[in-house]
Design a protein around this ligand. Structure first.
Ligand code: PLP
Length: 423
């Protein structure tokens, strides 16, 4: 008998009691290889002394100082660290407690920007099918994940969706990757025109799709064209880096590899690497200045914005990633892991595609590799694989794909950056 309301009520879960490096320990005496870092959260693995010390030191100074009254050193330093590295013009950094909160703030910032500039008709958001931007009502409204939306459809805000850039399923056989990227991006222009450009506030996309599609990267030139379209129509481009950011793809920000500068970037998981719940939103100077010189105030805020202990932990995580050259390590490990996955899983005959970037790798499973036919959703294959893997002390992150057959089941492999070939 338990009083806790688990996310899967009734599930019988092992109790996590410790962790070291890439391993998690449970009270059942078993050690689990955390090959998905939970859900692409863990960056430095468990028990990193530098992060633990940063948390201990900051927590011993004070519990909490509300940001309506005070700023604090760790949040100022972390903001500086991120602003100095982000591919965004004159960035300003706002903190929050996780990915969904970051999405909420990004949507409201986009709206506040247009209102401040005297364009209040801009209230339409455009997102992509098979995307995930969070579980809160605003974030879920712009998430193209039919399963997660279904129970709440009546209370979601309106949003328009275009197809994602998903070459495995959408690129024509006689089409170059560049031509496909252009075709996929041009869908945004068509959608903006259909909505009326004067009504569109922002386009939100994951530079590497995480939870819903399993590490799908965009075709070459896709995001450059997206960026160009957004600029042409005065639409803000929000890059959701909650899962793919903070080093996960081998560059600190995933959009660095796309050569674009979004107006707003969100991040969370890898920011604190799981040591503390923390997220952040970076807004361009243009967005910030419009709000400051307009209403002068961004009508938004959560109690735990810029929590000093969370920021101290995140700062220690980020400094460690940089000082220990972990981005280079991630880039070295990528082909090794992809090769090992091909060797190990290829013979099953079920591997549609192994894809991704850095240590964000997706394995799409299909019933027929020639026709790319997914397994029937009622088989719940990904969930069964998660269970079978766990029975062998391995954590991988499952997703059952789309009920409408537009993608197959997939497994996400996203180990901590400190993983070694031997792991
Ligand atoms: N955005 C993306 C791209 C995500 O992958 C997630 C979570 O998986 C979120 C937002 C929501 O983050 P959180 O679960 O921290 O609220």
């Amino acid at each position: 008998m338990t009083s806790i309301f688990h996310r899967s009520p009734g599930a019988s879960l092992p109790t996590a009691i410790g962790g070291q490096g890439v391993w998690l320990e449970a009270s059942n005496g078993r050690r689990y290889l955390d090959a998905s870092g939970g859900a692409a959260v863990s960056a430095l693995g468990h028990g990193h002394p530098r992060v633990i010390e940063a948390i201990r030191e900051q927590a011993s100074k004070m519990a909490f100082a509300h940001t309506a009254f005070f700023t604090n050193e760790p949040s100022e330093q972390l903001a500086e660290f991120l602003a100095n590295r982000a591919p965004i013009n004159a960035p300003r950094v706002m903190f929050c407690s996780g990915g969904s909160e970051a999405t909420e703030a990004a949507l409201k910032l986009a709206r506040a920007y247009h209102v401040a500039r005297g364009e209040p008709s801009r209230s339409v958001f455009i997102s992509r099918n098979q995307s995930y931007h969070g579980a809160t009502i605003g974030a879920l409204s712009v998430s193209g994940n039919p399963g997660r939306r279904a129970p709440y459809l009546d209370i979601l805000a309106p949003c328009r969706f275009i197809d994602p850039c998903y070459a495995y399923r959408h690129q024509y056989a006689d089409e170059t990757p560049e031509a496909y990227g252009r075709r996929a991006a041009d869908k945004l222009e068509a959608e903006i025109l259909a909505a009326g450009p004067e009504n569109v506030a922002a386009f939100i996309a994951e530079p590497v799709v995480g939870a819903t599609l399993g590490a799908v990267t965009a075709a070459p030139g896709y995001f450059q064209r997206i960026s160009e379209i957004c600029r042409t129509y005065g639409v803000l481009f929000i890059a959701d880096e909650v899962m793919c950011g903070m080093g996960r793809t081998g560059s600190l920000f995933a959009v660095e590899q796309e050569n674009v500068r979004p107006d707003i970037i969100t991040m969370a998981k890898g920011l604190g690497g799981g040591y503390q719940p923390i997220g952040a939103v970076l807004a361009s100077g243009e967005v910030y200045d419009a709000i400051v010189s307009g209403p002068g105030y961004f009508e938004h805020g959560h109690t735990y914005i810029g929590h000093a202990t969370a920021c101290a932990a995140a700062l220690a995580v980020q400094r460690t990633i940089e000082e220990e050259s972990l981005l280079e390590h991630i880039l070295e490990l990528h082909p090794v892991l992809v090769d090992l996955l091909h060797q190990a899983l290829g013979p099953t005959g079920m591997i549609g595609e192994i894809r991704g970037r850095g240590l964000l790798i997706g394995v799409e499973l299909v019933r027929d590799t020639a026709t790319k036919t997914p397994f029937p959703p009622e088989m719940k294959l990904a969930a069964a694989i998660k269970k079978a893997a766990m029975a062998q002390d391995l954590i991988v992150y499952p997703n059952s794909g789309c009920v409408d057959g537009r993608s197959g089941d997939h497994i996400l492999i996203a180990p901590p950056y400190i993983a070694e070939r031997s792991d």
